[in-house]
Design a protein. Structure first.
Length: 686
């Protein structure tokens, strides 16, 4: 049998698996040279609302408010997306100030999506080239030849002839004595044995070739599947990026081209001009509105951030329309090593001007400081964060005179602060625990929240626990020295420990139950002074959804209790007990609901019955209306009503209208009329 040569075409087609000749088409780079400004849609939302009267914590009449929000999404050079937003609020309220905000913000989530789409588009061509069309046919041909050889070698007639031929060759002399055709038979036997050995060699050759091709085929399939899974998964994951880069380099794609595809700008976490709310750390900058520039970058273990601009440190400043506003500013820079959401060490420097909480202080004083933060992630389930900070601020403990320091005094503990945070997740027990501890020196100041000039210690401990196959969920926490705003009179002791416990039960086809004991707060206006009251409330909720024939039913029963009194509340129903029940039915074309509410505190009792219907007018339009019956102390009964509609105007937008004529309890134990109107318009652009 003639020997069949190895497949030269096969060797040629598979050589790139063992060489560095594999290239991606050069036209990829041309995709990055485009420079255009692409509009990616946006929206405009306008709303106006009017109230004839405001609820009892403070009294205002005929309050009107206009709000406008515009959002536009653009992409520069098909790579860098930005979001432009404009917000405006105008009101005739004496408590709420008017303001306008414009912001240009780097759209990090949209960028990650665009980058992932680019990576998928480019690497899909690599994926197609990895699917070598010659491997499977070559493997099939080799398997076919191997099966032919194996079948012939194992054929019983061939084996019998092989045995007879070998016996003839061994017993040639004996065979010659009894047979006249010795030479021809012997030559035929020798030829058969030689041919058999040649076929056997060929079989061994094709077996090795098949094993080699099969291994190449298996590796190729694994690599194709692996790359396919990576491309279909989260391409923003660092491990996925590294694995894709490894596969690309293995097949001859240069590192420079990989960087060009990935683009180092994928590390940009935030880039905004306008009003931003940067959150650096607990001891430096957090929960502070900055009107300026905010930039954060984190890529390949490098972290850098900078923020600069005017600040509005009074987070709840919207209730001070007429208060004199003192200009305040801030510049802060951060540099660190590691991942911001993982293990890292970060140094923060800050400098700015801040109005300190002092009755005689009408100007902003200079403050500067630094901090070092260490965060360690252990086993993906445990987090430890430690931060130490030092500041230079005016001393205000000895006297009210403010004397700015010229330099840091690292030995002075009065200017120092510490923060420790622990978080742990235990998957086996479905438990999460966290604990925070913070200590601030008497003179320490930063741009987090207002810190009065007194040494303070704050802490909190919390537990999140699932029980009984996640049907029961327990959330519990205690904390001391909560957020403090010196411009609002706080009516609670600085040593108060706030307690929070919530226990809930959820199981399919069972009613859901939630019970909680939570802290609460409320604003009130007393003699032109805004007061914030803190107290505890107890809540219990039972809700259930079910099917009733063609309709879906929903039932909700709520109970809560306020633990406050008339001296710490601007609310009529201090120390009240409240009940609420709602029953709704959802049909194919409309919804009907009935609710009953009762509020009582021993002095006043208010009962409200509400019945309403909402129906679809057209495919996108809806209309709803209802009636409310209000009864106060069984002496006053008033009937109110409400109506709302949603109209979708093709090529224009969606219009929402709401009107309500209701009644609110007054201090003189009567029901006061309260009218509410609202108009809203929304338009989305593509």
């Amino acid at each position: 049998m003639k020997r069949v040569n190895s497949f030269p075409l096969l060797a040629k087609d598979t050589s790139h698996y063992y060489s560095n000749q594999y290239k991606i088409a050069s036209h990829f780079s041309n995709q990055f040279s485009k420079s255009t400004l692409q509009f990616n849609g946006g929206s405009i939302n306008y709303s106006w609302n009017y109230r004839s009267g405001v609820d009892t914590p403070f009294i205002e009449r005929d309050i009107s408010q206009h709000m406008l929000n515009i959002e536009v999404n653009v992409t520069v050079a098909q790579k860098i997306p930005f979001r432009l937003t404009y917000f405006q609020r105008e009101s005739n309220s004496s408590l709420f100030r008017d303001y306008r905000d414009f912001r240009i913000e780097y759209n990090e989530s949209e960028f990650q999506r665009l980058r992932a789409d680019n990576v998928r588009r480019y690497y899909k061509q690599l994926l197609e080239q990895l699917k070598n069309p010659y491997i499977k046919p070559a493997l099939n041909v080799t398997e076919y030849r191997l099966s032919k050889y194996t079948h012939w070698l194992n054929d019983s007639s061939v084996i019998r002839e092989l045995v007879e031929s070998k016996e003839l060759m061994i017993n040639a002399s004996t065979f010659c004595a009894i047979n006249d055709k010795t030479d021809s038979a012997l030559n035929k036997a020798k030829a058969f044995v030689i041919n058999y050995n040649r076929v056997e060699e060929e079989n061994d050759h094709y077996k090795k070739l098949y094993d080699s091709l099969f291994q190449v085929y298996i590796n190729n399939q694994k690599e194709v599947r692996n790359l396919q899974l990576l491309l279909n998964g989260d391409l923003n994951d660092l491990r996925a990026q590294e694995e894709i880069d490894r596969i690309a380099q293995k097949h001859g794609i240069s590192k420079s081209f990989i960087k060009q595809i990935a683009n180092a700008s994928r590390g940009v976490q935030s880039l905004a001009i306008g009003r931003t709310l940067p959150n650096f750390s607990n001891l430096t900058l957090r929960n502070t509105n900055v009107r300026g520039v905010h930039y954060e970058y984190n890529y390949h273990q490098l972290y850098a951030a900078v923020v600069a601009g005017a600040i509005d440190l009074r987070v709840r400043d919207f209730v001070y329309n007429k208060a004199k506003r003192v200009p305040q500013s801030l510049i802060s820079a951060r540099l660190g090593y590691g991942e911001i959401k993982g293990t890292h060490i970060i140094l923060t420097m800050l400098k700015g001007k801040k109005q300190l909480p002092s009755p005689n202080n009408s100007r902003a004083v200079g403050i500067y400081g630094f901090s070092a933060e260490l965060q360690k992630i252990v086993g993906r389930n445990h987090l430890f964060r430690f931060e130490v900070a030092q500041s230079a601020v005016p001393e205000m403990t000895a006297s009210t005179a403010q004397k700015e320091r010229g330099a840091f005094d690292l030995k002075d503990k009065k200017d120092r602060a510490y923060s420790i945070q622990l978080q742990s997740n235990f998957p086996k027990t479905r438990s999460k625990v966290y604990a925070n501890y913070e200590q601030r020196g008497i003179n320490y100041q930063a741009f987090t929240y207002y810190h009065s000039n007194a040494a303070s210690i704050s802490w909190n401990i919390g537990l999140d626990q699932y029980l009984y196959r996640k049907n029961v969920h327990l959330q519990a926490s205690i904390r001391k020295n909560d957020f403090c705003n010196p411009y609002i009179q706080q009516k609670y002791s600085a040593n108060t420990v706030f307690k929070s416990v919530v226990l809930s039960f959820q199981k399919r086809r069972w009613p859901g139950i939630s019970v909680g004991y939570l802290p609460s707060s409320q604003y009130a206006v007393v003699d032109s002074l805004v007061v914030e009251n803190r107290y505890q409330i107890f809540n219990m909720t039972v809700k259930h959804q079910y099917q009733l024939g063609a309709a879906k039913g929903s039932s909700i029963l709520m109970f809560n209790r306020f633990y406050n009194d008339v001296q710490d509340s601007g609310f009529v129903y201090f120390n009240s007990t409240n009940y609420y029940f709602n029953q709704s039915f959802l049909f194919a074309s409309h919804t009907a609901n009935l609710s009953i509410a009762r509020t009582a505190n021993g002095i006043n009792t208010l009962n409200v019955v509400d019945a309403g219907v909402a129906t679809k007018v057209r495919k996108q339009d809806a209309l709803g209306f209802g009636v409310k019956v209000n009864n106060l102390n069984r002496n006053f009964t008033k009937i109110g009503f409400y109506a709302n509609t949603q109209i979708d105007i093709p090529k224009v937008g969606a219009l929402n209208l709401l009107l309500e004529k209701g009644y609110l309890p007054a201090w003189n134990q009567t029901l006061r009329k309260n009218e509410f109107y609202s108009i809203g318009f929304t338009r989305y652009f593509k």
